[in-house]
Design a protein around this ligand. Structure first.
Ligand code: PEP
Ligand code: MG
Length: 757
């Protein structure tokens, strides 16, 4: 019954600490008393408290048992000694023989050589370590897990004292770059395109917990239960909204609901309540502990999932604070034109803010596949992610520009930059209105050559743009995105349902489904990626699905079923040689046969094609083209492989231009071949969505483009002003040029020939 004993010790200690904290005297006096109390209560000869000072130095602030002269003298860098180790890793240490530990450093001024055992825990506030509290004993004492827990609980109380600003200036606790009020441009990663100008609203200013210690754990457990019920009701309400009926953002919230019922997490909170904490302090403790430890984890999926917990913890705190969860700080009085700034957001949190007032979202973390990015895409809010330490550099109501198109953020921008952006937004809106009018007009050049304009899509939500953009169909449906939003591999039935919805919503327009293209930078949550030195060249895409044919089979079966009585187009990604295509096609044929034998209705027609994104395949076109119905060039990966340039590495991203003669010659070669074999050819990488690049592609002989919805208007405008004959003749003269890029020459051509870019 060790646990029960610890609980009462801990509760008694907490009660005393509360009295000291509420008592009179300076902060230093109170700290000294607290340290003394801990030592006595935990039967330790030493208790010391180290506090983080500017420059990541831990200073001994108070001690019971070590030499008093060392107070405010002994300092350790983060990572130095055992105390520094605890701070660096934000995790407790309990050692019966501390001096035998390789990180032990001896500080003679403390007189600690006579103490053999040591237990220390970090003092955490938010996600930051603000200090370390340590107990030591003369004997080689083996501290129990319960004792560590007790010290962690005590550390929470100490955290309040540390951040009160009475011991060290609060400014020391917040790392700033010294330029806090100057204009700042910060780089991040584009998570959703678009541009927003507005004022900073910091996502969820901290809720300060007033009461840490409770008399009656049962009452606290009851409060916790009530708060959880409140959250569940709020989730039910969210699920009942029309916009939540389907789509990947519903999957995201389903996963979130699962977390809300996670037993391990709830048990840890209940346990903390039983040690004497209030419900909110218990939530905070479990939350802080996990968060600090999470900062060590590099696995992006695990990190993302932690934010689901974080969102839940915040929501619980609000419910416990008496709100019904709808009164988020900052959400109720959201200014018109707000740019939301946060470390990360949980999937449900974006729904707290009125999307009509939100102009952008800036995150310190996040990735393209993070749940919040998926939801933001659905709500059409520009997002810049991974803006390091942005929260430390921004004040509420600062002017902010969130440039999702270029993955950058301007904080307190000078007026000229701000006005330029506001103008650009106005222009963009005007242009959007013009593009909307273009919707009904065909994409034909001045001489009447028709260019097929298809749309790239990856979420059910994208389908709404298929009709309002006037695209001919979907030239690339990236099927991996819904796989990434879930917590497990969707089965055939779930996939069938999804693909059916896509085809239904396409209303007869053709849709090219690309089979699973994961690996590289697209990690599936439920597959442990292998550690690879070169993931872009590694086990990815078709290589995975050929090695795991069951995954491929279930996807193809679902596609065949979804397309019963309609036409189906299937495209295989990352094919590097014809034999891979043959292998993949064989699986498809088998599935078709399986469906036929089972007597299931079949698609009226099955068209099969491949992506061309690995250059080697271009040298096998004579073998490939007789077997395929269509080819689509993935210029994103193709550029990467043609120039040997990592597409995700910003340092070299700009080094080679897709408008290099080599690339255009490549396109031309493939276009001529496909023409010869009467195989339909398109380009579906980012290149197709930029007017100048699209112009070059058309000049090289490409007649079908597949691009994202917002690019359709500008590209169509370009096409309708283009004279192909003149362009082809001019481009022919450039193909042998030694230039790094044809960009400037093509720009001049466009200008001279009235091509609207
Ligand atoms: C490409 O590589 O160009 C492409 C369209 O595929 P993804 O960007 O999905 O890899
Ligand atoms: Mg690709």
């Amino acid at each position: 019954m060790q646990g029960a004993g610890m609980t009462s010790v801990s509760r008694r200690l907490l009660g005393r600490l509360r009295d000291v904290m509420a008592g009179s005297g300076s902060a230093q006096d109170r700290l000294d008393k607290v340290v003394k109390l801990i030592a006595a209560d935990m039967v330790a000869e030493v208790c010391s408290c180290y506090i983080m000072r500017a420059g990541e130095v831990l200073e001994l602030f108070s001690t019971e048992g070590l030499k008093k002269e060392s107070v405010h003298q002994t300092r350790l860098r983060v990572g130095e000694g055992l105390v520094g180790d605890i701070a660096a890793h934000a995790r407790p240490l309990a050692l019966a023989d501390a001096q035998a530990h390789p990180n032990f450093v001896f500080r003679p001024e403390t007189g600690e050589e006579i103490f053999h055992s040591l237990m220390g825990v970090p003092i955490i506030r938010g996600s930051r370590v603000v200090g370390v509290v340590v107990v030591q004993n003369r004997t080689m004492r083996h501290y129990t897990d319960e004792e560590i827990e007790t010290l962690e609980t005590v550390a929470m109380v100490l955290a309040e004292l540390v951040v009160s600003g009475e011991l060290v200036n609060r400014a020391e606790l917040v790392p700033v770059d010294g330029n806090a009020l100057l204009p700042l441009r910060m780089e991040g990663v584009k998570l959703n395109g678009g541009v927003g100008v507005g004022v900073a609203v910091l996502h969820r200013p901290r809720i300060t917990i007033q009461r840490l210690v409770a008399e009656d754990p049962d009452a606290e457990l009851e409060r916790l239960k009530k708060a959880l019920t409140g959250i569940k009701l709020a989730l039910e309400e969210l699920f009942s909204r029309p916009e939540m009926r389907d789509g990947e953002h519903r999957d995201v919230l389903e996963t979130y609901r699962m977390f809300a019922e996670d037993k391990g997490w709830l048990n840890r909170i209940s346990e903390a309540i039983r040690t004497g904490l209030t419900a909110e302090a218990a939530v905070q403790k479990v939350h802080d502990d996990t968060r600090a430890r999470m900062s060590q984890i590099t696995d992006p999926y695990l990190r993302e999932r932690m934010h689901d917990f974080e969102d839940l913890a915040n929501r619980l705190l609000q419910h416990l604070a008496g709100g019904d969860g709808d009164q988020r700080p900052g959400a109720a009085d959201l200014p018109e034109g707000a740019i939301l700034i946060g470390r990360n957001l949980g999937p449900m949190e974006l729904f707290d803010y009125d999307p009509k007032r939100l102009r952008g979202l800036v995150l310190e973390e996040g990735s393209a596949t993070s749940h919040v990015a998926i939801v933001a895409r659905a709500l059409d809010i520009p997002v810049v992610g991974r803006v390091k330490d942005v929260l430390d550099k921004i004040e509420p109501l600062d002017q902010v520009i969130c440039d999702g198109d270029n993955g950058q953020v301007f904080i307190r921008p000078p007026d000229d930059i701000r006005e330029t952006y506001i103008d650009a937004i106005g222009q963009r809106q005007l242009r959007q209105a013009v593009y909307a009018r273009l919707r009904e007009l065909p994409a034909i050049t001045r001489q009447g050559v028709r260019i097929g304009i298809h749309m790239n899509a990856g979420l059910l939500l994208d389908l709404q743009h298929l009709h309002d953009s006037g695209a001919d169909g979907i030239g690339l449906y990236r099927t991996e995105l819904p796989f990434m939003a879930r917590s497990s591999l969707p089965d055939v039935a779930a996939q069938t349902l999804l693909y059916k919805k896509i085809l239904d919503q396409a209303e007869g327009k053709p849709v090219v489904f690309r089979t699973l293209d994961v690996g590289g930078d697209k990690v599936l949550p439920y597959w442990n990626p292998y550690e690879e030195d070169n993931p872009a060249l590694g086990w990815r895409s078709i290589r995975i699905t050929l090695d795991r044919p069951a995954v491929m089979r279930s996807q193809l079966r679902a596609l065949l079923r979804a397309a019963q009585g309609r036409e189906l187009s299937v495209m295989f990604p990352m094919i590097a040689e014809v034999s891979e295509f043959v292998q993949a096609k064989r699986i498809l044929d088998k599935e078709l046969e399986h469906e036929r034998l089972a007597g299931s209705p079949l698609p009226t027609k099955v068209l099969v094609g491949t992506m061309l994104e690995v250059p080697a395949l271009a040298l096998q076109l004579d073998a490939l083209l007789p077997m395929v119905d269509f080819v689509s060039i993935g210029s994103n990966d193709l550029t990467q492989f043609l120039f040997a340039v990592d597409r995700g590495n910003p340092r070299i991203a700009e080094r080679y231009d897709p408008l290099a003669p080599a690339m255009i010659r490549f396109m031309r070669y493939v276009a001529v071949k496909c023409n010869q074999y009467r195989v339909s050819l398109s380009v579906c990488g980012e290149m197709a969505g930029r007017p100048l690049e699209a112009m070059a592609l058309i000049g090289a002989g490409i007649r079908n483009l597949s691009l994202s919805a917002p690019s359709i208007g500008p590209v169509k405008t370009m096409i309708r002003s283009l004279e192909i004959g003149a362009l082809e003749a001019y481009l022919n003269t450039l193909l042998k040029s030694p230039d790094h890029s044809l960009r400037n020459k093509l720009k001049t051509f466009a200008l001279d020939h009235g091509v609207v870019l």
